[in-house]
Design a binder for this molecule. Sequence first.
Ligand code: SAH
Length: 260
Amino acid sequence: MQFKPKKSLGQNFLIDKNILKKIVEKGNISKNDKILEIGPGTGNLTEFIVKSKPKLIIVIEKDFKLVKSLESKFKKQIKIINRDILDISECFYKDDFKVYGNLPYNISTQILAFWCLNERIKFKKLILMFQKEVADRIIAKVNTKNYSRITILANWKFDIKKIFDINPECFFPRPKIKSTLLEFTPKQNIINLKYPKNLEKITKIFFNQRRKMIKKNFIKLFKNFDNISKEINIKLTDRPQNISVEKFLMIVKKFEDKLN
Ligand code: SAH
């Protein structure tokens, strides 16, 4: 290994060729596809993406050293952008891009939440790797302990499918935890909110006290809380984990109506 992997940038490179190939195949890349890869690292996954010959490959990598090595490895086959993904707000996020990403675990939830909440961000498909515990939260069912804010944000916008778990042995250096690959397909008909930030705000308020009944927070949101809870068909004795994604969206809609 030429590089000393940087822990601070979550550099655990996927080295199992079998898995790399399977991940790329999940994107069903065709010659008209545009691919965005986030955190390409040493280019292990990129290599397989290049082999599947899409129309365009853009990669975004923060580490300048890795960028230099990617440039000499791939030459003009890919377009490399040396930036922090967290500083990029929109220009690459188009509805015709398929996105691959094995992101550092500490920023993966943040970036997914940002993509869900920004209405101008659109994709064709996302194939993303997460720490297994985070993936379990993203795909959690209502009424389970893993059901969280990110479950609601992600399932509002996407149909999500678990592809497979990946063992630590498939990476160098070996992480301490298991990883999980998820596939996100944009939903055709999403419930529109006036200000998605309200969903962020309301889920934050409720899940900050995830063990408590929703009553106190609900009363704070609505003067006519009794009527509203009946209309939405929720019990004030419920905990946040008992409220489905659709019902959370209805709460936000009622809240937005109230602002009018
Ligand atoms: N996809 C590669 C590398 C995974 S390691 C593989 O599977 O082998 C995560 C990669 O994300 C590293 O290359 C790291 O430098 C890069 N990275 C970390 N934080 C980033 C950020 N904020 N923006 C862009 N890239 C980042």
